[in-house]
Each structure stands twice: as structure tokens, then as C-alpha cells.
Ligand binder design. Structure first.
Ligand code: SF4
Length: 315
């Protein structure tokens, strides 16, 4: 396993930089990556707010930068329309439909890492079985596995198909295939504050990774959601209408008046953590979609099993 070249303290320090400095460093990372890749780069563009900021920053450096949008059919229509309305955006399509992926590989739930471990534990892989016992791959005790995996061990004996394949098939493979065909390298708008998996990856490589065959740039890694909202507001960058307006709350914190997160409207990842989850909102905002996922695709059965409310049940 690769050693870390940065520490959590390094990341914290970068996250505490002032806004202008963050913009400056992000653009330096983009320039550096573009130069090392001889300009053969693309921006992975979901139409969400993070990648909207990234695309703007990249095109301020290199106006002809191509953006890749994967048309999963799972995005909010407003996000899709916005993404495809921008110039020089290439639309990619997954090889399978979402319902086919669910049927074949099952749900990606409760998180990508746990779903992946469920999939491999059921195949008898020792490392994955260990995780659900609160152990590391080598059998030593791990507080992290204890806290994040052990409580989901009950999923192993359930009848539900569970795996992390959905993201691979629906989002990552189309981008990977494009990169292989065109010999281009991706610039992505991921933030380390969003998941420990992203933070761990950053600690190993920093924002730009130049490892042969795995070259990737993640120049927004040290940004916060507040930085993203501030950038969109201060520079008056157009963004998908589903977010609504960007306003300050009573404590001066920025927030959106519409959706906070966009991404896949059908995604159950993390829905047990939300006060009001995606599906409870979907019931009112897009009832036909709600019925389709809860009933027709059968997510309601899984959420019943786990004990997560999703709004209305259908006969
Ligand atoms: S975000 Fe969720 S629904 Fe979307 S591709 Fe990944 S696992 Fe599937």
C-alpha cells in the first residue's frame, strides 16, 4: 500500500487558507497538471455545484478545456439541462440502465465502502469478513472498522443484493473508457471534506497524482462547501436552478434555498443519516420518481429492512 506523503495537519492547514489563496493554489494545480499532461486533460463535469466551480476555474486558465458529462438518467432534469447547455460538453452514456444495474448488482448502500465489503464478504473474501468483525485485513483490531462496518454485519445474511458496482457502471466506467480511447487525463471536483475515502486518497498523493496510468487532478480537494457557494455567488457563475438561490443564514453561513446536494436522485447512499432524506423529499417533489424507485425498483423493501423512513408506501 502506498505511503502517505501528506498528513491530516497539512490538509487542515490548507483548508484554513483564505478564499483568495485557495483560488490561487487551485489554479496553480490545474496549470501544473495541464502542463505535465501536455494539455490532454478533461474536466469531469456532473452539472453539480462543485464541478461547476471547477469547470469555471479550469476554463479561466484554458478556455477550450473539454468537459465530460455522464448522462446516467439519474440526475435532476434541471442539472442535466444545465450541464448540456454549456459549450464544449461531451455527453457520455453508461453501458447499462440503472434498473439493469440494480437487478444485476444490487443497491449501493449504506455507503460505497460498506456495500463493497458486503459484496466481497459474501464471496468469502477474508479482508471483507474481517471488516464486519471490526478487524483490519490482517486481523488486528480497528476502531474504524468497529465503528463503521460492524453495525452493518446484519446485511450479510439478508436477501438483498448489495454492491458498490452502481457507481462503477453508471459513472466511472464511461469516464474511464473515454480517457482510454482519447488518452486524456481527468480533472475532478472532489472535496476531501465529503468523505474519509477522499481524504485518505488525498493524503497519499495530494491534489495532483502523476503515477503512471493513474494520473488525476483533484484541485478543489481542500475547499469547503462554503468556499464553493462563495465562489458561485461572488463571481456570479451560472449554476443549475435546482439549487435555488445562495443566501446567508442568521449566522452568516451560506446555504442554498433549493436542493443542497444534487447527484443521483435515486441514490440511497447515506439516506439513514439525513433528518429528511432524499426519498421523503422526492415523495412530494417528484411523486412518479418516488413510486418508481420505492415500489418498482424495490428500494422500499431494503429501507423497511434497515428501518429507514422513505415516505409513502404503495400497495
Ligand atoms: S451515486 Fe448512487 S445512484 Fe448514482 S451511480 Fe453512484 S451508487 Fe449509483
Amino acid at each position: 500500500m502506498a505511503e502517505n506523503i501528506f498528513t491530516s495537519e497539512d490538509l487542515k492547514k490548507m483548508q484554513s487558507w483564505d478564499f483568495e489563496h485557495k483560488i490561487h493554489v487551485t489554479q496553480i494545480r490545474i496549470l501544473e497538471f495541464y502542463g505535465r499532461m501536455d494539455g490532454k486533460v478533461t474536466v469531469s463535469f456532473s452539472g453539480g455545484k462543485d464541478s461547476t466551480v471547477l469547470l469555471d476555474l479550469a476554463r479561466r486558465c484554458f478556455p477550450d478545456t473539454k468537459a465530460l458529462y455522464v448522462d446516467t438518467g439519474l440526475e435532476f432534469p434541471e442539472v442535466r439541462n444545465f450541464a448540456l447547455s454549456l459549450p464544449n460538453v461531451i455527453k457520455l452514456t453508461p453501458e447499462m440502465r440503472f434498473d439493469e444495474v440494480i437487478k444485476e448488482y444490487g443497491w449501493c448502500y449504506p455507503s460505497k465502502d460498506v456495500a463493497n465489503a458486503v459484496f466481497y464478504a459474501r464471496q468469502g473474501k477474508r479482508w471483507a469478513i474481517n471488516y464486519f468483525k471490526g478487524l483490519n485485513t490482517d486481523g488486528s483490531r480497528s476502531w474504524y472498522k468497529e465503528a463503521y462496518y460492524k453495525k452493518w454485519a446484519f446485511l450479510l445474511d439478508s436477501d438483498f443484493k448489495i454492491s458498490a458496482k452502481c457507481c462503477d457502471v453508471m459513472k466511472e466506467n464511461p469516464l474511464k473508457f473515454y480517457a482510454q480511447e482519447t488518452k486524456t487525463k481527468p480533472i475532478t471536483g472532489t472535496l476531501t471534506s465529503e468523505s474519509s475515502r477522499r481524504k485518505q486518497a488525498w493524503l497519499k498523493t495530494g491534489c495532483n497524482s502523476f503515477k503512471k496510468g493513474k494520473e488525476i487532478s483533484k484541485p478543489l480537494s481542500f475547499w469547503s462547501e462554503q468556499d464553493i457557494l462563495r465562489y458561485l455567488r461572488d463571481f456570479k457563475i451560472p449554476y443549475a436552478s435546482v439549487y435555488g438561490d445562495i443566501v446567508e443564514d442568521k449566522k452568516g453561513k451560506l446555504k442554498t434555498t433549493g436542493e443542497r446536494r444534487t447527484g443521483c436522485t435515486f441514490c440511497p447512499i447515506g439516506c439513514h443519516l439525513d433528518k429528511v432524506n432524499t426519498f421523503q423529499r422526492l415523495e412530494y417533489s417528484r411523486p412518479a420518481r418516488h413510486r418508481y424507485i420505492i415500489n418498482d425498483l424495490g428500494l422500499g423493501d431494503l429501507l423497511d429492512f434497515v428501518g429507514v423512513d422513505y415516505g409513502r408506501k404503495y400497495p
